[in-house]
Design a protein around this ligand. Structure first.
Ligand code: ADP
Ligand code: MG
Length: 348
C-alpha cells in the first residue's frame, strides 16, 4: 500500500487532518484546492492550486492519484463526475449532488420518514410574500452555504426589503425551531451494514458557527438511540462509503429533527482524534481506501472549542497546556474575524 496516493479536493483544516490520518496509514495525499494559501499544503505530500472547473488541471490531478475524495461539499458536480470517469471518487458524486442542494437533501430525508424542519422552496420574492404565518424562519440559499453564509433570519415579511436578498439565487425558507440543543452523529460506513458510529456529540453554535462540542451529549436515552438510528438509515440508503455527519436539532419538547447532512468529515468530530482509538479522519481514509475496519472505542470523554479569529494568537504565543489538552493550529496565515483558526480539545 505504500505507493497508494489519495487525492483530496479541498485544502482547509479538514483536508489537513485527512492528510495526517492518511500519513499514519502509509498513504500519500495530493490536495487540489482553489486557494493558493490553503493550509492543508503544510500537511499533504503534493499540492495543486487551480480552479475547480479547470479541466486540464483536474485531468492532471486524476493522473497523479489512485482514488479521490473531498473535504467539502461545494464542488461542481461536473468536476466530480468527470473525475469519476478517470478514478473512483468516494463518496459518489451523485451523493454530493444530492446533499449540496438543501431542497433535494431535505426531500430525501423526509422520504425516509425522518423529521426535518418545515421548509418551502423560494424561487423569487413573490413566493416569500404570502408566508407571514410561516415566520419566524431562516431563508437559506439552496446551494453553497456553510458556517451560516447565505442565510437570512426573517421575523416578519416587512423586513424583507431591508435584507438586500439576492433573488437571482434560489432559496428555501425554513421554519425556525425553538432549539433546546444541537447534536451531531458521525458515522463511517464501509459496506452494507458495516459501519462504525460515534456517540452523539453535543454542539453549541454562535452566530451560526460551531463554537463548542462535547461528549457525552446531555440527552435522553431515547434521543441518543434515535439519532444514531437515523444516521444509520441515511448512510445505508445512500450506500455511502466514508465518513458522514448528520446534524440534528432538538426542540424544547424533545423532538428530534435532522438539520443537515455533511457528506464528509465534520468539525464536531475533531474531538474523535483524542477521545477515540480511531478518529473520524482515519476512519474516512480506511473506508474509502478499502482498508480494515477497526471497532471504535471511546478512550475518554472530551470537549472541543473552536478558536475563531484572533483567539488563536495567545495560543500561538504561549500555549500553556496541561497533559489533557491538545491544541491544533490550522496554520492559516490570514487571521479573519469568524474564520476558524484552530481548536483545542480537552479530555475529561
Ligand atoms: P450551514 O450549512 O451554514 O452549517 P445550517 O443550516 O447548519 O447551515 O445552520 C447553521 C446553524 O444555524 C445551525 O447549526 C443552527 O444553530 C442555526 N439554524 C439553522 N437553521 C435553523 C432553524 N431552522 N431553526 C433554528 N436554528 C437554525
Ligand atoms: Mg450546519
Amino acid at each position: 500500500m505504500s505507493k497508494f496516493t489519495l487525492g483530496i479536493i479541498g485544502g482547509g483544516q479538514l483536508g489537513s487532518m485527512l492528510s495526517i490520518a492518511a500519513k499514519k496509514l502509509n498513504i500519500k495525499t495530493t490536495i487540489y484546492c482553489d486557494d493558493q494559501k490553503a493550509p492543508a499544503q503544510n500537511f499533504c505530500d503534493q499540492f495543486i492550486n487551480a480552479k475547480y472547473n479547470d479541466k486540464d488541471k483536474i485531468y492532471d490531478f486524476a493522473k497523479k492519484v489512485d482514488l479521490i475524495t473531498y473535504e467539502f461539499e461545494n464542488i461542481p458536480f461536473e468536476t466530480l463526475h468527470e473525475l469519476n470517469k478517470l478514478k473512483t471518487v468516494l463518496p459518489k458524486p451523485s451523493i454530493n449532488r444530492l446533499i449540496q442542494h438543501r431542497l433535494a437533501e431535505k426531500d430525501f430525508i423526509n422520504k425516509l420518514n425522518i423529521r426535518t424542519t418545515r421548509y418551502v422552496y423560494i424561487g423569487n420574492k413573490e413566493d416569500l410574500l404570502p408566508l407571514e404565518d410561516f415566520l419566524p424562519g431562516i431563508l437559506k440559499t439552496t446551494t453553497m452555504g456553510y458556517d451560516g453564509k447565505g442565510q437570512y433570519p426573517i421575523n416578519n415579511i416587512k423586513e424583507i426589503d431591508s435584507l438586500n436578498i439576492d433573488f437571482k439565487k434560489e432559496y428555501i425558507l425554513e421554519k425556525l425551531v425553538k432549539l433546546k440543543k444541537e447534536i451531531s452523529v458521525i458515522i463511517t460506513r464501509f459496506n452494507n451494514n458495516k459501519y462504525e458510529i460515534y456517540e452523539p456529540i453535543e454542539n453549541t453554535h454562535e452566530d451560526q458557527i460551531l463554537r463548542h462540542s462535547k461528549i457525552p451529549a446531555e440527552i435522553s436515552k431515547k434521543l441518543f438511540d434515535q439519532s444514531k438510528e437515523w444516521a444509520i438509515m441515511i448512510a445505508e440508503e445512500l450506500k455511502y462509503i466514508g465518513t458522514l455527519c448528520v446534524e440534528f436539532f432538538i426542540d424544547r419538547n424533545d423532538n428530534l429533527y435532522v438539520n443537515e447532512i455533511a457528506p464528509r468529515v465534520h468539525n464536531s468530530g475533531h474531538l474523535t482524534i483524542n477521545a477515540y482509538n480511531v478518529s473520524q479522519f482515519e476512519n474516512h481514509v480506511r473506508a474509502v481506501c478499502s482498508l480494515d475496519q477497526i471497532s471504535i472505542q471511546k478512550l475518554s470523554n472530551a470537549e472541543m472549542i473552536n478558536l475563531i479569529g484572533k483567539e488563536i494568537i495567545p495560543y500561538r504565543e504561549n500555549p500553556n497546556l496541561n497533559d489533557k489538552q491538545f491544541l491544533y493550529d490550522y496554520l492559516k496565515k490570514d487571521i479573519n474575524e469568524k474564520r476558524k483558526m484552530g481548536h483545542l480539545t480537552t479530555l475529561k
